[in-house]
Design a protein around this ligand. Structure first.
Ligand code: A3P
Ligand code: MG
Ligand code: MG
Length: 389
């Protein structure tokens, strides 16, 4: 039925279909100067317990407690307790932004920057931003990010790609054990209280997590994101989060850590590329939340960590600065800013049930498709209803 008084505009006869918008990811396109990135500040935190239940406090925060430096090298058996003392998180459960939204619901009245700040912000997980940062250099794994606008705010939530799902469901036993070993290393390096020695006799339960909620700004994009933090260093020069936080990593022992630099200069081939890539991921993950140090444990082929090395986040780029196969932080940040602008311009309708799905596969541009409701809508009714009041 035609509405009275409504003017109908005829379509021009020669109108061409509008090309679907897309965003290229070639590093060469993003090599300008480093963009503005506001020093991240912590707005709050939350914890997930052994049953993956949310608590609006720091109960899951652990304390950095490295072995004494008395000349002896560590000897951490990362395979100890596998699989009998391992409680892995159920990866079939898609939590999307839920825990972060719960924190936001409980704190949105007290956000610095006033009530209008959130309406202009982008809300997401740190891990999703890490994937954006590394995209120009990624050659293996694609990603999908679902985006919805609601009361002005742009929410970004990752969707597991079909390929990633297949990989997860067919993960070889050795890779499962390797995942365990990363968490086991944390248990050797952290204590539940400050000034206490770690107790590696218990279970490794990967449901447990401490998450920091941070505020920052990239280019003209206000950001609110949350990321899991491995531990805090009670001896850090500043006790103020996030500068007291420490990220823990394990890595294959290739050379003694003292020869790390020469490794970069002289080694060639696949191992070297892998290591460059790993360092990029470490940098992206810790730079975003302002975590100043990554402590690496180097494991030998038997799965023992016999050496440790601290990598200051702000010095990681120095290892690759003069390398033609290296990565450039400016490219990462400029691409991320360009993607956020692309998303802001694409997601125009304010509707929590409408989802724009951004998809990327290595070698191609970022493309976008539109979806309504299940299965892609990710803002839960309890959140939408509480905020709509
Ligand atoms: P590593 O630190 O040795 O990589 P994080 O380092 O982010 O705190 O994660 C802790 C551990 O979780 C990792 O140890 C690794 O074992 C596991 N892990 C994290 N992300 C992973 C991924 N995408 N695939 C496989 N394992 C992962
Ligand atoms: Mg972690
Ligand atoms: Mg870690």
């Amino acid at each position: 039925k035609r509405e009275a008084g409504k003017i109908e505009v005829a379509e021009p006869r020669n109108k061409l279909p509008r090309p679907a918008p897309s965003l290229p990811t070639d590093p060469a396109l993003y090599s300008g100067p480093f963009p503005f990135y506001r020093r991240p500040s912590e707005l709050g935190c939350f914890s997930l317990d052994a049953q993956r239940q949310y608590h609006g406090d720091a109960r899951a925060l652990r304390y950095y407690s490295p072995p004494p430096t008395n000349g002896q090298s560590p000897n951490f058996d990362l395979r100890d307790g596998y699989p009998d003392r391992y409680q892995p998180r159920d990866e079939e459960v898609q939590e999307r932004l839920d825990h972060l939204l719960r924190w936001l619901l409980e704190h949105r009245g007290q956000l610095e920057g006033g009530p209008g700040w959130l309406a202009g912000a982008i809300v997401t997980w740190r891990g999703h931003l890490t994937k954006l940062l590394t995209t120009p250099y990624e050659r293996q794994e694609g990603w999908q990010l679902a985006a919805s606008r609601f009361q002005g705010t742009l929410y970004l939530s990752e969707v597991e790609t079909p390929a990633a799902r297949v990989q997860r469901l067919t993960r070889p036993p050795l890779l499962r054990e390797l995942m365990y070993m990363g968490y086991k290393f944390e248990q050797y390096m952290c204590a539940d209280k400050p000034g206490v020695s770690p107790d590696p006799s218990g279970e490794v339960n990967t449901n447990v997590a401490f998450c920091s909620v941070l505020r920052s700004h990239l280019g003209n994009h206000p950001l609110l994101f949350s990321g899991e933090v491995d531990c805090t260093d009670p001896q850090a020069p500043s006790t103020q989060p996030p500068t007291c936080y420490v990220e823990l990593k394990t890595s294959k022992e290739m050379h003694s850590p003292g020869q790390w630099k020469s490794f970069y200069r002289f080694r060639t081939g696949v191992d070297r590329m892998r290591t460059l890539h790993k360092l990029l991921k470490w940098w992206a993950q810790s730079f975003l939340p302002g975590v100043p140090n990554v402590v690496a444990g180097f494991r030998n082929p038997e799965g023992f960590v016999c050496s440790l090395k601290t990598f200051p986040t702000m010095e990681m780029f120095e290892y690759v600065r003069n390398d033609r196969d290296g990565w450039n932080p400016s490219v990462c940040m400029n691409f991320c800013a360009a993607f956020l602008s692309f998303a802001q311009n694409t997601v125009v309708q304010d509707d929590p049930r409408l989802v724009y799905l951004f998809s990327w596969e290595p070698g191609g541009p970022v493309t976008v498709s539109e979806h309504r409701d299940a299965p892609h809508a990710f803002l839960p009714p309890w959140y939408v209803e509480a905020v709509t009041q």
